[in-house]
Design a protein around this ligand. Sequence first.
Ligand SMILES: N[C@@H](CCC(=O)N[C@@H](CS)C(=O)NCC(=O)O)C(=O)O
Length: 228
Amino acid sequence: MIELAYWTTPNGHKITIFLEESGTPYKIVPINISKGEQFSAAFLKISPNNRVPAILDTAPADGGAPVSVFESGAILQYLAEKTGKFLGQDIREKYDALQWLNWQMGGLGPMAGQNHHFVQYAPEKIPYATERYIKETGRLYGVLNKRLADREFIAGAYSIADMASYPWIVPHERQKQTLGDFPHLQRWFDAIAERPAVKRAYALAKEINTQPTVTPESRAHLFGQTHK
Ligand SMILES: N[C@@H](CCC(=O)N[C@@H](CS)C(=O)NCC(=O)O)C(=O)O
């Protein structure tokens, strides 16, 4: 059984998409980051960076003690290897998916995250910062659009690379991007949105939380964190 420490955010959706797509049994453990639950001792034990998602696999492949994994990219890779799904065995196919998974983790996710921060949440509007992250998000959309020009999915077959990127394209309007400017990305986005497992993952999120993550009350938990 996979226990998924989860909140209804893009990085959380990546994992529910995988679990729904693969038919892996799982249990959600909600970690309401708007209320500061990411700082509880029990959660920090499996996710020392105080970020969701994280998993606990109570029945790992080697039959040993439970295995915990944090960082959504590492979780997707762990689950793909555990189930033998959505990550090819062939070296070229596998590393196509892994390099694009890491592209999402090191590029699209953090840049779009800063875009969300400066465009929507920063208490003062800083034109240099908003422009930088809107442009960088657009540049990354362009890279993905080009990649998808001659293949159905990012690494050829539908894989964990697609599951990592899709939730970060969902908020394209909030990121001040026009999907119509990226026709191959738009085609890919529409196809993934129609997948029954993806619909189930987003429907499940609505059962858990319908409130915005960032509210006047949650700002104190989410922003201005220091080493203390
Ligand atoms: N690189 C991490 C990022 C995780 C992350 O930033 N999670 C956010 C929600 S999407 C979070 O837990 N925020 C809580 C906080 O900022 O304290 C991953 O992909 O798992």
